[in-house]
Design a protein around this ligand. Sequence first.
Ligand SMILES: Nc1ncnc2c1ncn2[C@@H]1O[C@H](COP(=O)(O)OP(=O)(O)O)[C@@H](O)[C@H]1O
Ligand SMILES: [Mg+2]
Length: 563
Amino acid sequence: MGDRNSQQRENQIGYVVGGGLKEGLRVRLTVDPQSVQEGGFVVIDTGEWQFYGLITDIQLGATDPRFADEKVEDRLPPAISQLLHGQTLYANLEVLPALMLKSGRPEELPSEDASPIPVKTIPPHHAPVLLASAGNIAEIFGSPNEEGNFVIGKTREQGHPVCINLKKFVQRSSGIFGATGTGKSFLTRIILAGLIDYNKTSLLVFDMHNEYGFDDTASDTGKSVKGLRTLFPGKVRVVELGSRPSQPGRNPDFHLEIAEKDIQPEDIELLTRELNLKETTPTTLHALVTSFGIHAWYRHFKAMKPGTTIEGEDGKRVPAPDSVEAWANEAGVNIMAAVALHDKMRKLFDKPYIVPQPAADSLGEIIRLLKQGMHVMLSFGSFDSDLDYLLVTNLITRRIRREWEEMTNQHRANKKTVPEPRPLTLVVEEAHKLLNREMASQTIFSTIAREMRKYFVTLLIVDQRPSQIYDEVMSQLGTRICGWLGDDSDIQAVLSGLAGRDALRGMLAHLQPTQEVLLLGWGISMPIPVRTLRYDEEFYRNIKGGSKFGDVDQINRELGFDL
Ligand SMILES: Nc1ncnc2c1ncn2[C@@H]1O[C@H](COP(=O)(O)OP(=O)(O)O)[C@@H](O)[C@H]1O
Ligand SMILES: [Mg+2]
């Protein structure tokens, strides 16, 4: 107990003077108010319980307003004015209590008392309030030494490491948010490195801005940034859309071309906004599939020539047999609608990555790699329009959904012989493009956010405009990691469905503009602001030091695979 008492004296910052469960606790500060900050993590130890809470406000007070209003230093000797101040002027903290844990050594407690629970009571008057120690942080967020706990950053005041639980992170869909420039992409690299190291889930990254696979140069600092393939050469494959590298020196492991036969009417329909399609489109597409079949309609439609005519028997010009008009006539669909659709789909017909016969089954290869436990970074190369992103991500994800559903069903039917599918996390940057209210009913991603957990697939969404993401998807996100956001509706979206929103809103608005995040949600024991790790030489060294990987063959042996 001697230890505990001396630690208490050292870390004590005040004592409880009022408040309650709903409004939060009021704490009289016994130290300089400048030594504590909003978002600080505090512990209140009553001997029976340890309460864990966050500082949500700091206020100056006076026993009588006159003492605060008048500057007595000018009128009284220093010693007396100091004494007077000490007696009459003070500062209070507002503390939002979140969790409580039975005091005592966890190993000596009955198991139901060994882990923290949401607060149900409050500490009595004058209970001492302490700044949390590294040990306290570990009690709540997990010890950095335990498998599956990944240090994502440090507390702001004292720099104690804070972990996220990677198991919880991948058990449900998660999100990383923050305005542009707050460090989302860097933090995503850090977390992906943690997940690759953890080796419990495969990652497929839809890398719209070519940030994750290859080495890069930070646009603001000019410093070089290592790509994930460089960090984990044996575990990561970079695949680039198109048939040749978009930049010299950046060589992907293989290229992805899309087969014309894989394009389905629903792929076109979800491009309604991008292609400015009319309501007649589904009817025309349906007629195309009826005429040519689900695998050949695209090829036939592409080959048609709108407006070509030949001379008819009576000398008049009539639509040529290979014209759009001739097909429309024959199929009985509106000719103008068919011609307009053909014209609008020209944007797709011109895409060099959609080909009659891909050089290799690269989509199949991506799926094989993911099933084997490898991680795939799909780089969009120079194809960085929303059209490319929507089309390719949906097409691939639809195929994945089918495969994982099938594997899960086979496993369910035959648990003894068929193993569970390898869990898969799909990482989507610019997620609002795929998951906005309008698209949510059409894209495969909202289905995954809602139900794919039962098929071992989850999402990690990275976005700067969370308010534009469909609320039903937002509410599914287990772990939310959020950097500074300027827009009130974005802040509201991130906090949707969480307790203590008012206090958290202030905390989010006061984060540093970069490299500070608030950890939130079901996957986090209680909200806490942290300064994120830096993605730099030290990080590379640590992650490699802790990494069990290197040699491909060995990994595959470990996983029981032959490549
Ligand atoms: N964890 C980090 N480690 C090192 N640099 C960082 C980190 N987070 C942010 N930065 C710096 O901030 C800049 C913006 O970060 P970035 O991740 O590109 O922001 P966002 O994706 O949110 O727009 C980076 O170019 C980098 O210089
Ligand atoms: Mg970014």
